[in-house]
Design a protein around this ligand. Structure first.
Ligand code: NAP
Ligand code: MG
Length: 482
């Protein structure tokens, strides 16, 4: 690891706390079951390409068994339990997660490649907080929806992506269980380990068998879950392309559906913004978690009068960014999650050059093993350029300028996506004006990538529908009798 301006000694997080089994089976009906497929696949550490463990590949038979177990648990135990009792289990799970937070953080970093600072300070505390938050709602559903007689849906199939593995699990399992549903969750192929650790936590919490089932596997395992006829709900977070397939598969069925999909979010810097703060905000918006963030501020719009100053400061700041081993506490940008994703990002960087944009990358050295990408800025980007229109899901920022607020609203909204946006200005009226006009599920003002369990999150347009988090996140797992 090296940077132009800084030369810090390594500060490595120890991996001794992580207890990994060489092989993981499927967690179905409260037991670890060998897959009917008979197959296992390796999960890797993207920081050095080493194998961490072997994981069971679940097929349609495995998925069907998991749904049967979830149905049995729903009918015989969970739907009969009071909200207060369900809440106690959720509180117990949250507390055990907190006790194991260091192990979970190191494991998330080993399996996914994100900097330990982020796993430790963001992913795991937020995941715990979602369980604490929804535990509190479990016995207050009638108060949350007065006069509407909320009841559980039944059994939910849940599919999560690789960018925030445990956090996305928490977004899905905590509200589902609080509302009285049971679940079958399919984690992403490259980052299943914290979901499997979560299964161990459910065992430790003595959660009744079958309330939570974890079926690992590939994309077709997810498709098998969607195809199961005995589910009442599908909750999916992932790419818009897969979300569209799932949407089609659910049409004409009684399954309730929520889709949290991709994004190409606009981060807008007005000329009166506090520039140094905004520069840090831009860095956080796009380079956080290697840009593997659905709501990443991947399109920067800077008002023309301050554009050259902002770009100059951004370039200077990038020279001191640490790219390298994610277990090093100094690291700002860790490893890209997989070889496949690195190839996708590199393809887009080449495309940006072909499209005539000007590139800037800092002069840092990348580790020789593992999947790494330098933070990349593109200036002189046309509004129609594919790098400004398509989700890259990597540390690549396109920069465009604007003169008037009308112009930036038009440019920012000219996207098939509508997940998030950022606005930087000292003028409160402009914040309110822009946030009303921007077609985005979340608009952050003078900050970016801030999450809280009490706050709903979700998209417009091709970024999906439904909300997770807050009271809204409860209604995704309830039906109403009035
Ligand atoms: P992905 O390829 O769509 O995969 C998401 C999940 O779906 C994985 O578990 C995947 O399994 C599974 N899957 C793949 N094909 C499937 C199919 N035909 N039917 C059912 N399930 C299937 O997305 P990703 O690459 O993991 O994640 C990145 C995407 O997620 C980005 O587009 C990002 O914007 C989006 N995202 C959105 C939010 C949000 O809240 N809106 C949050 C995080 C991420 P495998 O892993 O085995 O392929
Ligand atoms: Mg991995």
């Amino acid at each position: 690891m090296s940077t132009a301006n800084w030369d810090l000694d390594p500060s490595m997080e120890s991996t001794a706390i992580v207890q990994l089994q060489p092989k993981y089976d499927l967690f179905i009906g409260g037991c670890w079951q060998k897959p009917k497929s008979g197959k296992y696949f390796a999960t890797y550490n993207p920081a050095d390409e080493s194998v961490l463990s072997e994981i069971a590949y679940g097929n349609q038979d495995d998925v069907n068994l998991a749904v049967e177990a979830a149905r049995k648990a729903y009918n015989e135990v969970w739907s009969k339990m009071s909200g207060a009792e369900r809440g106690k289990y959720l509180f117990r799970i949250a507390r055990i997660m907190q006790e194991k937070s260091r192990e979970l953080a190191v494991l998330e970093t080993l399996d996914g490649g994100k900097p330990i600072r982020e796993s430790r300070d963001i992913d795991i505390p937020l995941a715990c907080n979602h369980f604490f938050y929804y535990a509190g709602w479990a016995d207050k559903l009638a108060e949350a929806f007065p006069g509407q007689k909320p009841t559980a849906l039944g059994v939910a199939g849940q599919i999560t992506p690789w960018n925030f593995p445990l956090l996305m699990l928490a977004w899905k399992i905590a509200p589902a269980l609080a509302c009285g549903n049971t679940v079958v969750l399919k984690p992403a192929e490259t980052t299943s380990l914290t979901a499997l650790k979560f299964a161990e936590i459910c065992e430790q919490a003595q959660l009744p068998a079958g309330v939570v089932n974890i079926v690992t596997g590939h994309g077709d395992t997810g498709a098998a879950l969607v195809a199961n006829q005995d589910l009442d709900k599908i909750a999916f977070t992932g790419s818009t392309a897969v979300g569209k397939l799932i949407h089609k598969a659910c049409i004409g069925t009684s399954k309730k559906l929520t889709l949290e999909l991709g994004g190409k979010s606009a981060n807008i810097i007005l000329e009166d913004a506090p520039i140094d703060q905004a520069v840090e905000g831009i860095i956080n918006a796009i380079f956080f978690n290697q840009g593997h963030v659905c709501c990443a501020g991947s399109r920067l719009f800077v008002q023309e009068s301050i554009a050259s100053k902002v770009i100059e400061k951004l370039k200077f700041r990038l020279q001191s960014i640490y790219v390298g081993n994610p277990l090093d506490k100094n690291t700002d940008i860790g490893a890209v999650n997989s070889k496949k994703q690195l190839e996708t990002i590199e393809k887009y960087i080449a495309l940006g050059l072909e499209e005539g944009a000007e590139i800037f990358q800092p002069t840092c050295n990348l580790p020789s093993k593992g999947y790494y990408c330098k933070p990349t800025l593109f200036t002189d980007v046309a509004q129609s350029a594919r790098i400004a229109q398509e989700e890259i899901f990597g540390p690549v920022l396109t920069i465009q300028t604007f003169r008037t607020l009308e112009e930036v609203v038009q440019k920012a909204n000219n996207s098939p996506y509508g997940l998030a946006a950022g606005v930087w200005t000292v003028n409160g009226a402009r914040i309110f004006g822009l946030s009303q006009q921007l077609k985005a599920g979340v608009v952050w003002a003078n900050t970016y990538n801030k999450f809280d369990p009490t706050s709903p999150f979700g998209g417009y347009k091709e970024s999906g529908f439904g909300r997770e988090g807050g009271r809204h996140g409860l209604s995704a797992y309830l039906q109403f009798k009035n």
